[in-house]
Write a protein that binds this ligand. Sequence first.
Ligand code: C2E
Ligand code: MG
Ligand code: MG
Length: 329
Amino acid sequence: MVERIQAKLQAPMTLKGHTMFTSASIGIALSHPNYQRGQDILRDADNAMYRAKAKGQSNYEIFDPEMHAVALRLLKLETDLRQAIADQTFCLRYQPIIELASRQLMGFEALVRWQHPNYGLVTPDQFIPLAEETGLIMPLSEWILQAACEQMSHWYQKMALTYPLKISVNIAAGQFQNALFVEKLDQALAQTQLPATSLKLEVTESVLLENVDAVLSTLSQLKQRQIEISLDDFGTGYSSLSYLKQFPIDTLKIDKSFVDSLERDGDASLVQAIIQIANSLKMTVVAEGVETPTQQAWLQKLGCGAIQGYLISPPLDVAAAEHFMRTFS
Ligand code: C2E
Ligand code: MG
Ligand code: MG
């Protein structure tokens, strides 16, 4: 029956002379003696409908009790996340980025963690998407940016750094698209007294392609401030080469999956291609997730500028990062 409904809905219609298409995601809850109230069946059908939506256009899904359990867990996580933002129970880890030729420390990437009362240290993959979905990404991102700038500024004073270090901060899609983004950034820099040139922002390809005119305007404001931009997970997204030339990007970050294939398949073609693209567009390159000396040797041979990964160091807490700065050479 659902398929028949969908087929009817998919037929084109004419609205004021324009041909329009529509599609429907359908959730199904089957009647069961356990249901006491109509609203519970609707809730479950709604749940299944969101599941169907998540699969893409014009799908349908039949409710099963596991979906309700997942929804409850998500709701609990969302409540916890709200609380965590109020209590600021987040912390940052710092992963070193090393220039390959000179073996010099170039800076750190700030990576957020959530200190959850029951689950311990939760990694961002488990809560950034939820934060994006619920709008909690704005207050969370503000905290991250502020905390990362503050730490770097503090290190400049405390560590008596004789060479320039940059702090790289990951920027979420919802954060970059926000009209107040640059203003918040200026505030964070002013409050922490970190020079703009010590800050680098990491964005993904999908962030850049969302609303190209607005993105170009934001990027040019960042350029005016001499804030550098890295393109994170490069090659895993939409990969339209024409936009690469259009956007003022400073660094391509080669995704771990390409670094892995160097050793696993002995295949350097993609890494080599990315490095060549970067060179011809006058961008620098950082390889991510470098775990073995063999991968490092490959990258060096291919002319990769910088690396980051467990081979050099995992993400570190503040004390360990300070130890790293004092001892790495
Ligand atoms: P990313 O920006 O590409 O960060 C690299 C991820 O790879 C980090 O995971 C890092 O811990 C991990 N990694 C680094 N070296 C190695 C290695 O040698 N081997 C392996 N297997 N993994 C390595 P993490 O910290 O779990 O972060 C995952 C993703 O979450 C990040 O990917 C980034 O997209 C996002 N994220 C992290 N922190 C933030 C943040 O503060 N704000 C936003 N918006 N997103 C963040
Ligand atoms: Mg990153
Ligand atoms: Mg990455």
